[in-house]
Every structure is written in structure tokens, then in C-alpha cells.
Design a protein. Sequence first.
Length: 159
Amino acid sequence: MENWCYHRGTLMSIANNYQTGKSLPEEVYLKLLATRTFRAGSQSLRKVKLASLDLKLHTKYIPDGSESVYDVDQRVSRKTEVIPPLPEDRVLCAFNHIFAAGYAAGYSSYKSAEVLAADALSAFEDAGLEDNKVFVEFRGREPSPEALLRQNGFLPATA
């Protein structure tokens, strides 16, 4: 859903100066758009590194083995980082997603979700983002607030 806010029509319909009511200037919009791809390669590579590390630690790592978690991190980093980390690097200590945040062996879902979101958005871009018919074709019916009400706990969840 975060992709929608970068669509010109969507953003310009909500991005107004609260005092003057003027729309977001075009040059500001273009700069905002450019931030999405600034260092995109580095950011993607970082997610690949973290997903690879997550999978290695949860599938191949032997806790009482000869290799520490930091050794695994260094090995994965050498294959996935442009600049190798320092030997004393301990970024892994702050990578709580895979230890305490419920993403054990699932960090790769972030990149998978990006693929799905971008591909779903492209279907709407192909047909026109403002066209409600696209939603009807996608869902097979008019929009309904029931899913949102269930998601927020106002209606019982479905099985």
C-alpha cells in the first residue's frame, strides 16, 4: 500500500500546505520520487544479506559447533556485501527480527512482499490507478469495508 502514496494523482490530492492550501510543488514531488530509488541497489543487497544470514542461522548453524554466529555473519557478508565488514562487526546483535520479533527463518518475506506489492501495483498502473473498475475486476465486486472491520477487530475474524 505504501506504493500508492508515490502516485502523482494520489499524492497531489492529499499533499497541500495546511495554511495556503497550495499543492506540493512539482520539483518537491520529483525529489520525493527520486528518494525511492536512491541507493536501491545497496538496500536490496542488504535485505538479501540479512535474509541469507537468517536462513543460514536457522537451517545450517550448529550452536555447539566450531563456527560462531559471527563467523556465519562474516561468511555471508563476504558473499553479499560490496565492502566486507570489519572482523569485529557485531551488527548481528541488533538484528532482533530473527531472534525476538517472530521472523525466525522468515526475513526473506520482506523482499517477497515487495515483489508482490510492486506487481500488484503494476496491474493498477496498467489499467489506471483512478479507475474503480480495476478494483472490481481484481476483487470481483464493489469495495466493502468488512475486511477492514475484521482486520481491526470490529467484526469476527474468518477462519
